[in-house]
Design a protein around this ligand. Structure first.
Ligand SMILES: CC(C)(COP(=O)(O)OP(=O)(O)OC[C@H]1O[C@@H](n2cnc3c(N)ncnc32)[C@H](O)[C@@H]1OP(=O)(O)O)[C@@H](O)C(=O)NCCC(=O)NCCS
Length: 154
């Protein structure tokens, strides 16, 4: 599949992003959380849109990601792909390219945490070069499951 355009997320993208968010997470972020990220100077938020894919929403938003830059580190907060568009290699290319867009020359590493049951997330991150560096048992209060901490070195 040809590359789809990545653009910075704006307030105009929030409705389709929220729809994907609600269909992707057991404890989804609300509107306010996304607007807080958009207002945060350290935050980088991107959306991916693509006409050739199943029509997921009016604006054609297929995926989104949020990350923060803290001195020489990237902290990945979110990535989700619309359910109808999964298993097509979209997250892999979108996250790889979003990290490259964000990782200026001083960035040394990227960190994230993921639920231990999230096989898709864990496999995606490993494929992108993240390695497990820690495990926080009972981190998620809704399920009691552990958070796996992962790091990628640039
Ligand atoms: C995780 C997620 C973003 C993957 O998106 P995707 O576009 O389907 O992923 P890709 O097609 O790019 O797959 C890349 C790799 O991820 C892994 N992967 C993706 N979906 C998988 C699944 N259901 N089971 C196992 N591995 C999976 C595979 O290693 C895959 O590589 P491969 O195709 O060579 O086997 C998507 O499932 C999603 O939005 N899930 C809900 C939100 C979420 O859990 N986000 C991550 C935590 S913040």
């Amino acid at each position: 599949m040809q590359s789809l355009p990545i653009t910075p997320m704006t307030g105009d993208h929030i409705e389709p992003v929220l729809a994907i968010e609600r269909s992707s997470f057991s404890r989804p972020w609300g509107r306010l959380a996304f607007f807080s990220e958009l207002a945060c100077a350290h935050s980088r938020n991107y959306v991916l849109s693509g006409a050739p894919l199943p029509d997921v929403n009016e604006q054609g938003i297929v995926a989104y990601t949020s990350m923060r830059v803290i001195i020489d580190e990237i902290h990945l907060l979110k990535i989700a792909v619309a359910p109808a568009c999964r298993r097509l290699g979209i997250a892999y290319r979108f996250l790889r390219d979003s990290l490259n867009l964000t990782a200026h020359q001083d960035i040394k590493s990227a960190f994230l945490e993921v639920r231990s049951s999230n096989t898709a997330g864990l496999c995606l991150y490993r494929k992108l070069g993240f390695e497990t560096i820690g495990n926080r048992p009972g981190y998620y209060p809704d399920s009691g499951e552990a958070a796996i901490i992962m790091k990628k070195t640039f």
